[in-house]
Design a protein. Sequence first.
Length: 185
Amino acid sequence: MRLIAKTILMVCLLSSLIGCGQKQKEAVCEYGVVQVDSVTCRYRCAMGEGILRLATVTDSTYRIEHVKKDSVIDAWQLDYPVYRFTCGDVTGDSIPEVLVGTIKATRYRPEKDKRLFIFHLHKGQFIRPLWLGSRVGCPLIDFKVETDSMPNLVHTWERKENGDTIEVLYQLKGFGLKFIKYLKV
């Protein structure tokens, strides 16, 4: 009798565990991010839907805004010119990151040059810096997000010392971008 009771209890326990796993899988909705225009991205993921956009404050001051249901729920100010704004999932967690190309000097690179900053949505709401790059392999010309892999990769165009342009793929790993491969040298 005890053996039958233990067996039934074990079957019920296993069934409930399997059922919970299926419910969790169903709760995860499909991820998507769309670049609407040069300053606006629309996303859809498990945390909901929203808009990430770049607002101009002055000629050299911008604000990244996170908008849900027509309300700005968080913002991050950038006190330098911006030349590129895009979004993608570079962490692979199905929550979009904001990639911003800025022009500024840094502590170790005093000349004004193009830089790449990556911001993430902390707790799905708050815009926080993930990586404020002072430099990739060579001085940056431009970048884009490659969305055909998960996590998304960062494709850069960089200027070598001799003036040649190289194309490089990076993946966000730990702190910063990790070199993956050269596309064109």
